[in-house]
Design a protein around this ligand. Structure first.
Ligand code: ADP
Length: 657
């Protein structure tokens, strides 16, 4: 035993030498300053890919192969060693094959008379860390993915000063090497567009100084060295460890130049579309005004003329003018409504409405048409139909008068009936079904599906006789659907048609119902007369005359102001009512009303002001109410509208003398 020990001991150096020579690990001895290589085994050739000879001739080759990021650290390590102690470290080398290889090295200084003269060590390829669990594997995959990604991923220290990691996308987007960032960590900022630097800098400060979980996001431009400008979006945040301490800043940067381009194209397209739409609306408003003004004159004068002493023949002639004017007006209204429906501008009001009154009015409008064709026009309302409703009276009237006038138009002899039934009701709502039935020409089965479509007409002599552009039913359908209802039709050729629509309404509270049932029924029995003193503010001479004559015909005394200034200079508080045109020169009707209202202040005296406008857009009406007007009448002014408006201020027609 002792023998063997002695034998081994005697050969120890040789044994270790043999072992080192044949080992697959690289064993080496060299001077501390990398200037002299005393020993290297063949494993070096396998690992590094360089020959042992190359290393002997140039011992610095070793440190030269160490990747830049690790080199200084390794060199410094050997310079700093002063203890006779084994140390292990890891670094990466650029092997001769071009591959980067991780190296794990254990070394020990060799001292001579207290001075470190050399190092001995062993190096081997560091085993890639085996994923201990899925998380490790995932992070490995992520690293792989991130290196391939077009998005920059970066990690910097807690103060956002020194880079810890950045992937290769940086080189693609910034056009600069990653090393340039190692040399100067702030060099990425040099490429930020001068106009964007302030906000980018601000975010840097924010993320470095504030401790929160916020995701910072911003878009900015970079100017590449070739002058090209790119848009990028950066998102950055703080990273926390398990103890909740902020340990680093991290972020992503994407090149969004193409997206920005599309976005601006889309924005431009949207802006253009909005502009075109606005132009269309403006054009419509203007057209409606321009068409209504002369119509106002025609219809107004015809109505005034009709009241004067005329012989039978003249009366007939005036009626023709009125009828033609009304047809033109209703066509104009249809076109306007339809376009407004198209651009989503038609608004629906929810006001109290009296169904009986509405139907009575409708019938009195339709009766003359039916009489002329010797048709019987009747209506029935089921007992359980609620009379006091909440809805848009004007729109309901529009729907029904469209259906009724069609029925009259397309019926040669027989009847036209309107039937109202209640379908459903609870405390707050009810759904009513309106059916218009006629004994007219009927509609072919194959055509029925298309008649609610716009501009659809069925060839017939009647159509040529009566005109129309095929918008009526399309509007009916749109209006009813906007009110939350639906339309239906059934018809038999040569027998007759049935058009029905279901419309939901709100119910008025019981309190209101009781109040309004106490009122006298709103029925026009005879020409009402009002003993009122009114002021008409209107610049157009014809309109002045019409308003004046119409108001005088219903018993009013009328003064006229040519413009707002003149009206304001008058002692207007003596009037019972003011009719105010909106489009006045210099100062418009809105401003004039505002002045009157502010003058009245808290005096407790408030003159009713009625706007007269050819602009029938909802927003005009809203503006009227905003500035303190009480009613709006549309031009051309209709006698019945005027009576209704004046009547509302005189507590209905009980004042009629
Ligand atoms: P128009 O302006 O032509 O009356 P509408 O949209 O109101 O347009 O109607 C479309 C078509 O439907 C009409 O041209 C007509 O052929 C048909 N129609 C509508 N109502 C009736 C009805 N009560 N009886 C027969 N045909 C009708």
């Amino acid at each position: 035993m002792i023998n063997t020990t002695q034998k081994i001991n005697a050969q120890l150096g040789g044994i270790f030498y043999q072992f080192a020579k044949n080992s697959s690990y690289a064993y080496w001895i060299r001077s501390a300053d990398f200037r002299r290589q005393f020993y290297i085994n063949h494993a070096f050739e396998n690992l590094w890919g360089y020959s042992c000879d190359q290393l002997y001739r140039n011992p610095e080759l070793w440190i030269e192969t160490v990747v830049k990021e690790d080199r200084d650290r390794i060199r410094q390590h050997f310079l700093d060693v002063c203890e006779n102690k084994l140390t292990t470290m890891e670094y990466q080398i650029n092997a001769a094959s071009g591959k980067i290889i991780p190296i794990k090295e254990t070394s020990m200084p060799i001292f001579d008379k207290g001075r470190c003269i050399a190092f001995i060590g062993m190096a081997m390829e560091a085993a890639p860390e085996l994923p201990s669990d899925y998380q490790d594997r995932a992070s490995e995959f992520f690293r792989y993915f991130i290196e391939k990604s077009d998005t920059i991923f970066w990690v910097r220290d807690r103060k956002n000063k020194h880079p810890i990691y950045i992937n290769s996308a940086y080189e693609k987007i910034w056009g600069k090497s990653r090393e340039s960032l190692t040399q100067n960590p702030d060099s990425w900022y040099d490429l930020v567009h001068p106009d964007d630097r302030a906000k980018v800098g601000m975010q840097l400060v924010n993320i470095a100084d504030k401790e929160n979980d916020r995701l910072y996001s911003q878009r900015f431009r970079i100017v590449k060295e070739n002058g090209e400008i790119r848009w990028v979006r950066e998102k950055s945040y703080l990273m926390y460890n398990k103890q909740g301490e902020a340990i680093a800043c991290a972020g992503t940067v994407e090149d969004i130049t193409e997206d920005m381009f599309h976005e601006s194209e889309l924005r431009q397209a949207k802006e253009n579309a909005e502009k075109a739409n606005k132009t269309k609306s403006d054009f419509l408003a203007m057209m409606s005004h321009e068409l209504r003004t002369p119509l106002n004159a025609i219809l107004g004068m015809a109505q005034i003329l009709r009241q004067s002493k005329l012989n039978k023949e003249q009366e007939g002639q005036v009626d023709v003018i009125t009828l033609a004017g009304k047809n033109l007006l209703s066509l104009l209204n249809d076109i306007l409504d339809f376009t407004k429906l198209e651009v989503g501008k038609l608004r629906f009001s929810r006001e109290n409405l009296d169904l009986l009154y509405l139907i009575n009015q409708l019938m009195s409008d339709m009766l003359p048409l039916a009489k002329k064709k010797q048709l019987t026009l009747t209506y029935t309302i089921d007992r359980d139909v609620e009379r006091h409703l909440i809805g848009d009276a004007r729109r309901v009237q529009q729907v029904l008068s469209n259906l009724l006038s069609n029925a009259i138009k397309y019926t040669k002899k027989g009847f036209v009936k309107l039937k109202v039934t209640s379908l459903q009701r609870n405390n707050k709502e009810t759904a009513l079904c309106f059916t218009v039935e006629d004994s007219g020409i009927g509609i072919e089965k194959s055509k029925i599906d298309s008649i609610f479509r716009r501009f659809q007409q069925i060839e017939s002599v009647y159509q040529r006789q009566h005109g129309g552009v095929g918008l009526g039913l399309a509007i009916v359908k749109e209006l009813v659907e906007h009110m939350g209802g639906s339309t239906a039709v059934s018809s038999e050729l040569g027998v007759g048609s049935q058009f029905s629509c279901i419309i939901p309404f709100g119910l008025q509270s019981r309190e209101l119902e009781r109040q309004s049932t106490n009122l006298a029924p709103l029925r026009l029995v005879k020409e009402p007369q009002f003993n009122l003193h009114v002021l008409v503010v209107e610049d157009n001479k014809i309109n002045q005359k019409i308003a004046k004559m119409m108001l005088e015909q219903i018993g009013c005394r009328v003064d006229v102001a040519e413009n707002a200034e003149q009206a304001l200079s008058m002692n207007y508080s003596i009037y019972d009512m003011i009719f105010m045109d909106l489009g006045l020169p210099n100062m418009d009707g809105f401003q004039a009303t505002q002045q009157i209202r502010s003058h009245e202040g808290n005096t407790g005296h408030r003159i009713p002001i009625v706007a007269m406008t050819a602009h029938v857009f909802m927003h005009d009406q809203e503006r009227c109410f905003q500035v303190g007007m009480d009613e709006v009448v549309a031009k051309p002014i209709m006698r019945d509208d005027l009576i209704a408006v004046v009547g509302r201020f005189k507590e209905c027609f009980s004042d009629v003398r």
